[in-house]
Each structure stands twice: as C-alpha cells, then as structure tokens.
Design a protein around this ligand. Structure first.
Ligand code: G3D
Ligand code: MG
Length: 201
C-alpha cells in the first residue's frame, strides 16, 4: 500500500476539497483517449495521430456546486509496447479514466485484461476509475449493460470505486457527466482516507 501513503501525504496536505486533480487517461490504442483529452481542452473535435509517448493538459472544468476544478490529465499511449509505462503514470493519481472503444468487440477481452491489471496494481489500490464506453455514436456500438459484463466490472473488487459512462468523444457527449461522477468518487475516497487517518490518531 506504499502509494496509498504517498497519496495520503498529498491529500492531507491539501484542503479537503482540493481544486486540482491528477488524472491518467488509459486504454487500448485507438479507443479515443486523445480525442477525449482535446474535446475537454478545446471543446472541439481535434484530429488525432497515434500517441507515441503522452499528451498532458490542464483543463478547468465547471462542476455544478463544486465550482471550477482543474484536472491535470495525462493521456498515455495505448499501444502494447507503451503499456508498461502506464504504471509510472498512475503513481500518485487521484483518478483514472479508462477509455474503451465500444465498437471493437474483438479487443474487448484485451481491454478487460488491461483494466483489471491496472486496478490490481498496488499503486492504484482504491483509486477511482471512470470507465468511458466511447464511440457510442456508432451503429454497432456494444450497449453499456453488455460492456459492463464483458469487462467484468463487478469483479473489480470492493476497494475499486468505478463508474461506467457512455460517451461520444468527437462531439463530447457524456464527458461532463463522467467527470462529475469521477469527481464525486474522488471526494468520497478523500473523506474515507481522512476518517481512517483520524481513527489512527
Ligand atoms: P487513442 O488516443 O486512444 O489512440 P484517438 O485514440 O483519440 O487517436 O482516436 C482514434 C480514432 O477514433 C480517431 O479516428 C478518432 O477520431 C476516433 N474517435 C474517437 N472518439 C470517437 C467517438 O466517440 N466516435 C467516433 N465515431 N470516433 C471516435 P481516426 O479516423 O483519426 O483514426
Ligand atoms: Mg492517443
């Protein structure tokens, strides 16, 4: 649980409703990670090229009663050879956005394996995960209920808070709702960690 300790350090040294969050965007190549990032950053569709390393952007998002929150996103390349790097980007993250291509039935199992690998890392233990079922605008997109089953989200474990969100990153549908859910999960986790710390004192 080493990383939980380091998370606690950053969490407890910040005010309870910290307005800047470190979020890693992961998922197989071509799932739509970079499209999600640039849709959030520029509020418009940006043509992407395969990500060789990573893209990073700070995006200020208005979240209902919480006011503006700055999300510092790290969009890490999803090609197989780049996936070993994911672990280092998840270190100290407040939340993870895991993007899935809802049309890519053939690679759904591969996505499931990578997602569960990430959730099992000690670095990401109990870090909230927003699973983004992207490309829901496409005719053959797999339904949310089926994606939940195929990705075996019920098996992620009680310690991993998650939310599954349907999106279309090219027009931005579902992204705001997804971020709001992720933010709620992050706040709940912080509250829980604060309570655990109080009990230890
Ligand atoms: P990645 O960063 O996960 O590797 P990209 O993926 O963001 O580069 O996107 C890969 C392709 O998927 C891009 O198309 C992009 O336009 C498309 N895409 C991303 N999100 C959506 C979506 O919600 N709906 C649809 N229909 N397409 C999407 P190209 O043609 O450039 O490969
Ligand atoms: Mg990319």
């Amino acid at each position: 649980m080493g990383i939980v300790n380091s998370n606690q350090t950053s969490i407890f040294s910040n005010p309870p409703f910290c307005k800047s969050l470190h979020i890693v965007i992961l998922g197989l190549d071509s799932a739509g990670k970079t499209t999600v990032l640039y849709r959030l950053q520029f509020n418009e569709f940006v043509n992407t090229v395969p990500t060789k390393g990573f893209n990073t952007e700070k995006v200020k998002v208005a979240l209902g009663s919480s006011g503006s929150v700055t999300f510092h996103f790290w969009d890490v390349g999803g090609q197989e050879k780049l996936r070993p790097l994911w672990k280092s980007y998840t270190r100290c993250s407040d939340g993870i956005v895991f993007v899935v291509d809802s049309v890519d039935a053939e690679r759904m199992d591969e996505a499931k394996i990578e997602l569960h690998k990430i959730a099992r890392l000690s670095e990401t233990h109990d870090v909230p995960i927003l699973i983004v079922a992207n490309k829901q605008d496409m005719r053959h997109a797999i339904s949310l209920a089926d994606i939940e089953k195929v990705l075996a989200l019920g098996e992620l474990g009680a310690s991993t808070p998650w939310h599954l969100q349907a999106t279309c990153a090219i027009i931005g549908d579902g992204l705001q709702e997804g971020l709001e859910k992720l933010y709620d999960l992050i706040l709940k986790r912080r509250k829980m960690l604060r309570q655990q710390k109080k009990k230890l004192m």
